[in-house]
Design a protein around this ligand. Sequence first.
Ligand code: G6P
Length: 620
Amino acid sequence: MCGIVGFVGHKNAANKIINGLKRLEYRGYDSAGIALVEKGSGKLCVIKTAGKIADLEHEVQSGYSGSSETGIGHTRWATHGKPTKDNAHPHATEFIALVHNGIIENYADLRKRLASYGISLYSDTDTEVVAQMISFLFSKGASPLEAVQQTISLIQGAYAFGVVFNKHPEMVICARQGSPLAVGTDVDGRLSLGSDAVALSGFASQIIYLESGDIAQLYSNGNLNIFDKENNEVKRQWQPIDKDQAAPDKKGYEHFMLKEIFEQPSTIKNTLTHYIGRAVNKTDNVLETNIHPSGLNWNQINHITIVACGTSYYAGLVAKYWFEKYARIPVEVDVASEYRYRTPPIYEKSIGIFISQSGETADTLAALRYMRSLGHMCAAIVNVPTSTLAREADAVLPTFAGTEVSVASTKAFTAQMTVLAYMLIEALKTRNCIDLSADFAKEILDINELISRALDTMQKLAPLAKKLSKAKDIIYFGRGALYPIAMEGALKMKELSYIHAEGYAAGEMKHGPIALIDKGMPIIVLCPYDKDGLFHKVVSNICEAETRGAQISVLTCNKGRALFKEMGLKYSTYLYPETTQFTAPMLYSIPVQFLAYLTALNRGVDIDQPRNLAKSVTVE
Ligand code: G6P
């Protein structure tokens, strides 16, 4: 989603901005731009493109010959107004240029107000009203800071913005409310600003995450003034930049997504190591598991509300199956954009669990703030420990997946399930289900090896992916905790290949989706053998679909395949290691990710940055 970078007092600011924007590409965008302030003349130079950063870089190289040390840059993910050059940021007037991430909700009122001042707008964006208002107030004699403060008092919505002034090449002002924004400093004290640490890694050695309501003035001599929402000058803490957030590297893989899929055995292991220890008792050679305390008191928790978006939401749905079945704790799972608008009932002894890879998803953050305002304890499962969600939650359970670059989430998803599995194990132990807790701890400690074995056989999916790449629609079936994985598989397929796909609880097929089935319709079934009896139920559902002409592909285990054979059923089967109902959702995530990857590869689309998608969705 929209990304911001800015530099003040840096030689060759244009180059630095382009490099910063390249680091932000992973967030997803559809147009980009840059504004530079010339030192001597105070001339504002704005260059924008409706294409990629590479196009912008080309335009800057061919069209800009200045030597500015101050400027701002932006990647835009269109909300209000199509992704055209006019709508791209920076939005500029004679006096200022501004980049913005967020949504100005009262932009229509501000447009009217600006019209009454005789100012008409050239773009369709919500952002331009902010630029025009700051410019208008500045032109009427307000100082840059006053113009920003007065404009902020007029706007409603979420924003992070950076603004440069033609008459002040020595300064950048930035502000945030809701949307994230950080200030960086290098070892020589030169300042920069960016949407996140990834944008600033490589330039800055330390970073300040601005608080909501903050306004900061960054000067070329290294001075930094920060004002809080009451306009009091405040000091904020510098933090070292996490090395892990340095510029991402594909390490020889064709795509970040492929690299991230293959990293899962080690990212799960990293996450497990933090939460569950394994020791060998030398005397009798018994494996011992040690469950590290999370600080949550499971004896005091009788209800769980899980809130998340996208893939993270499906991790929450898996946890619902786990917690309700094994710990007997009722769990509600909500998509964050719905949660606070449905006025949910509030339960006694309830905990909120907010799951997010980025920790910046606007809907998830808003839901967290809503639940906390009701006095509830809120825990966050996040992959970015410095994120806003992590900073605002009462308890943080980090995933240790490392920076995830591919827009479609893979390793963060399995790391989220790892943390949720650990929470279940801890809850079971605390609530006196010691044996089950110990069994699950042992099982989960082996999951990375099962996943490694599964990854060794992934290329076997290639012929299926080739066929799927020509499909118009694909259905995924699963039951129990594999139903969320069927939905996640369908989501991955949609995101990456742009093929319509849906995940269904297999038993639900006859209540509607069966009408879609005609000759050749591909159905992917997640159907490992399980001793609780769901296997045979899924087999019946498959038969109903096959009778109507569907082309069935089954992801199963050896025992499942043997049973299919016994029953005389000849489907294309893809084999994975034996699992239990507890670990199956983690293992079967891998083939559905890989299948989507291979299908997209066959279709020749942009795998790491699928069209219209954003990695970090910072607007509601
Ligand atoms: C976007 C991404 C998805 C992600 C979702 C939630 O839609 O494209 O891959 O699952 O946001 O993101 P979060 O960072 O909160 O997990």
